[in-house]
Design a protein around this ligand. Structure first.
Ligand code: NDP
Length: 433
């Protein structure tokens, strides 16, 4: 905190992880102290910050800031998304990169932790402006990434369009056709089921968690926040598992649709027309549109926060408990505040942290890397079935770690311990680096 006072989200993430690791840290205190293990873990291996100049449609030069934080490469090349959003700063990227280390470890696949992005806002920009920005961003970033060193992907504000422009520029400068980015289009190395993976994986994880506690998603009413990549495919998979999703939201308002969210209409509005949720309400007579925040007030059995960090606070947690919610599974990264997380767990709500339940996206990205290395493409069914197995294995490992250390049903502690032990083992084996 003293060294980097302006990084509250990063401090929040570190505090949550280290507190939940107390039992493991105490067991090994002397060794960790001698090796400065925790100091090394919370300091990124490398932090890159760069200028991104580009020309807008009026001929005006705009300047944004770009970041890539290469946090930890103990178990594989750095891997983690790029976020384009006006709120991006180094503290946000560090929080996301730190979480990514443990998430990637939990997938069981050989990927280290990293994250990047820019304070650029793609909203309201023309395709040409987005391309100009992406080309300038990659002109600098390409010096630091590669298929075997660091493989970025999408995140908020970075979808298929942006990944395409970034990949084109990387190839042009480096002259390499390699799997340097994931989330690519299907005609140039992308994996089937990557678009769906985070949302689908979230629902596979939630179902595994419910089953371990004598429940399933079948017949449940579920509420989601967000209306982006994660939320859309979480809604789609919820139907496939027999649940009824009745809400979604964006940063200006939210939808309550008692007949169930029409996922094809939502895709059309968000992925094709790139419009706001007001357009959904206009096209769907059963839907109510409300300004501001409010999805957590709708009565339901399971809640899935899929928008952004700290979107579910203590008041929301109290409302969820009053309404009898039995489980909260995080689709976004750190959407629940620390206080709200503690309240939910204390009140017996099954709670899965994003680093476990949203790991399906990065896991499928790692499957995309494997396909690129093999120069092969697997079928949708093959990727989806591997994803389901990976998510069920993650749940089993998280559950086992929680039990082993005496925190049965506390999946926050379980996820942190399971992710941490593998990284620490690899760091120790590789010496003081
Ligand atoms: P998208 O950009 O596709 O969608 C984000 C959604 O959340 C949009 O509906 C957006 O609304 C809403 N949102 C963003 N910021 C805010 C805010 N401050 N307040 C309210 N709503 C907001 O992103 P993704 O769906 O890809 O990502 C969502 C979350 O999931 C993020 O936390 C991301 O880090 C995490 N995640 C994503 C993965 C992936 O594979 N995509 C993998 C693992 C985690 P609006 O359009 O109005 O901005």
């Amino acid at each position: 905190v003293k060294e980097n006072p302006d990084e509250p989200e990063f401090h929040q993430a570190v505090k949550e992880v280290l507190e939940s690791l107390r039992v493991v840290i105490e067991e090994n205190e002397e060794q960790y102290r001698k090796d400065a293990l925790l100091e090394r873990l919370v300091n990124p291996e490398r932090q890159i910050k760069f200028r991104v100049p580009w020309v807008d449609d009026n001929g005006q030069v705009q300047v944004n800031t770009g970041y890539r934080v290469q946090f930890n490469s103990a178990i594989g090349p750095y891997k983690g998304g790029l976020r384009f959003h006006p709120s991006v700063n180094v503290g946000i990227i560090k929080f996301l990169g730190f979480e990514q280390i443990f998430k990637n470890s939990l997938t069981g696949l050989p990927i280290g932790g990293g994250k990047g992005g820019s304070n650029f806002d793609p909203k309201g920009k023309s395709d040409r402006e987005v391309m100009a920005f992406c080309q300038s961003f990659m002109t600098e970033l390409c010096k630091y990434i590669g298929a075997d060193t660091d493989v970025p992907a999408g995140d908020i504000g970075v979808g298929g369009r942006e990944i395409g422009y970034l990949f084109g520029q990387y190839k042009r400068i480096q002259g390499l056709y390699e799997g340097v980015l994931t989330g690519k289009g299907l005609t140039f190395g992308g994996s089937l089921a990557r678009t769906e993976a985070t949302g689908y994986g979230l629902l596979y994880f939630a179902n595994a968690m419910l089953k371990a506690n004598g429940e399933t998603l079948e017949g449940k009413t579920v509420i989601m926040s967000g209306a982006g990549n994660v939320a859309i495919y979480a809604i789609e998979k919820a139907y496939q598992l027999g649940a009824k999703p009745v809400t979604c939201s964006d940063s200006t308002g939210w939808i309550y649709d008692p007949e169930g969210i029409d996922v094809e209409l939502l895709k059309e509005i968000k992925e094709v027309r790139r419009e706001r949720l007001t357009a959904y309400a206009e096209a769907r007579p059963s839907a109510e549109y409300h300004e501001g925040k409010g999805v957590w007030t709708v009565k339901a059995d399971v809640a899935f926060p899929c928008a952004t960090q700290n979107e579910l606070d203590i008041d929301d947690a109290k409302t969820l408990v009053e309404n009898g919610v039995i489980a909260v599974a995080e689709g976004a990264n750190m959407p629940t505040t620390l206080e709200a997380t503690e309240y939910l767990i204390e009140n017996g709500v099954l709670f899965s942290p994003g680093k476990a339940s949203n790991a399906g996206g990065v896991a499928t990205s790692a499957l995309e890397m494997s396909q690129n290395s093999q120069r092969l493409s697997w079928t949708f069914e093959e990727v989806d079935s591997r994803l389901q197995t990976i998510m069920e294995d993650i749940f089993a490992n998280v559950d086992a770690a929680a039990k082993e250390y005496g925190f049965e049903k506390n999946y926050v502690v379980g996820a942190n311990i399971a992710g941490f032990l593998k990284v620490v083992d690899a760091m120790n084996a590789q010496g003081i680096v």
